[in-house]
Design a protein around this ligand. Structure first.
Ligand code: APR
Ligand code: PHB
Length: 391
């Protein structure tokens, strides 16, 4: 098999890249190790930055998002039993975010790709990328019980944190920056209308909690739990009791309970792999960088990477110049590090690490007080949350 761009992975990065290339008249093949049902059901965050919304619309993939997505103009910070709203449009010159789950973004892009795009092979596992530093890289893969080779002009590794593409970058050329956090998020889906019309990020002495949503009738909620917690060790009642405590306010706000339909624990890490390119192999999305979920930057970063790659390849086709492809890694990394910083700051602002000292507690509260009283601090958060512009 032969194509211009071999794409490994059909998460949001790989699927959107295939769509952007199709629209630009560049052919690609997508290899995805899992089956379609798995990719469409995998629970992830659901906040789209303004820029991501614009990209999906321009790619012709925004119709259902515009019908079913919920535009959000702010978030609430909750601490010391008080509530403080951050008003995005007022602080950023009109920007907002969209609540639309990653599962739905993937479903929309898969449907478009199967209808109009190039080959998208499910249960096709990439085994290795070979010849990345030659003019004709290859992906060895297994599909329907036999091994095959995809010959490409370029390979883009969109295969997430556990993928194989990153391994084709020689270790001596690689630098990895990493931080793991000594806690995770216990996440639930519940059949109950969200108890607030915007997301609520709560800092509490017992740990962080987040109220989010998937639709007007489905809530998504999270609790900070110790690293390595087994989701099944939490009964439904214990989860609701703990959420109630952490969201408690001095006014008459109440948390509504409902049947829990899914329960899982997500670990928290920051991770950046530099560079994001080796020869004709490019890394995009979680294959190159992970952020902790506080602030929901993962999907939005993946979108920025593939937009940058697609533009660079179009530029090469139209002008013959490799300048933008050569700049890919540095261009992406500038935005990646801003999102890493933002996610790290949101995480340390709101979580209570095990063994936090009274001094650290006071500093954390002072940071929140500052957000609640100084427009400059609020503005910085609002700009980061609604997203850093693509170069
Ligand atoms: N061969 C083929 N496919 C693979 C392989 C492989 N060897 N290894 C992994 N994959 C597939 C996975 O099954 C998955 O579908 O690559 C895809 C990677 O998708 P994601 O993990 O969703 O990563 P990405 O597309 O970069 O999206 C970033 O993911 O972590 C979240 O919140 C984050 O929303 C962000 C998004
Ligand atoms: C989610 O809805 O899953 C979500 C929302 C905001 C976050 C993280 C996750 O910061």
């Amino acid at each position: 098999m032969r194509t211009t761009v071999g794409i490994i992975g059909a998460g949001p990065a790989g699927l959107l890249l295939a769509r952007l290339l199709h629209n630009a008249g560049i052919d690609s093949v997508v290899l995805e190790s899992r089956d379609r049902g798995y990719v469409e059901q995998r629970q992830r965050a659901g906040i789209l930055e303004q820029g991501t919304v614009d990209v999906l619309r321009a790619a012709g993939a925004g119709a259902r998002m515009d019908r079913e997505g919920l535009r959000h103009d702010g978030i609430e910070l909750r601490f010391a039993r008080r509530r403080h709203r951050i008003d995005f449009p007022a602080l950023t010159g009109g920007r907002s975010v969209m609540v639309y789950a990653q599962t739905e973004v993937c479903k929309d892009l898969i449907a478009l790709q199967l209808k109009e795009g190039g080959p998208l092979l499910f249960e096709a596992e990439a085994l290795a990328v070979e010849g990345a530093d030659t003019g004709s890289p290859r992906v060895r893969f297994r599909h329907e019980g036999r091994e095959d080779v995809l010959e490409c002009a370029y390979v883009v590794g969109c295969d997430g944190f556990w993928g194989v593409a990153r391994k084709a970058v020689p270790e001596e050329l690689t630098q990895v920056f990493e931080r793991t956090y000594p806690f995770g998020w216990l996440g639930i889906l519940a059949d109950v209308p969200p108890s607030h019309d915007e997301l609520v990020y709560a800092r509490h002495d017992r740990g962080f909690a987040l109220l989010s949503m998937r639709s007007p009738v489905v809530s998504r909620l999270y609790l900070q739990v110790p690293e390595g917690t087994d989701a099944e060790s939490w009964s439904d009642e214990a989860i609701w009791d703990e959420l109630e405590r952490r969201f408690e306010t001095d006014d008459d706000w109440r948390l509504a309970r409902g049947p829990i339909t899914a329960k899982s624990v997500t670990p928290m890490r920051s991770h950046v792999h530099e560079p994001m390119r080796h020869g004709r192999l490019f890394l995009a999305g979680d294959a190159a960088h992970i952020v902790p979920p506080t602030g929901a930057k993962g999907l939005n970063l993946a979108v920025g990477d593939v937009v940058t790659f697609a533009r660079a390849l179009e530029h090469r086709r139209d002008t013959g110049s490799d300048a933008l492809l050569d700049a890919y890694s540095a261009t992406c990394l500038r935005r990646v590090w801003q999102a890493e910083r933002f996610s790290y700051e949101m995480t340390t602002l709101l979580h209570r690490p095990p063994g936090a000292t009274p001094f650290e507690d006071r500093i954390q509260l002072a940071r929140l007080e500052r957000l609640a009283s100084a427009r400059a601090a609020e503005q910085d958060l609002a700009e980061g949350y609604t997203g850093f512009a693509l170069e």
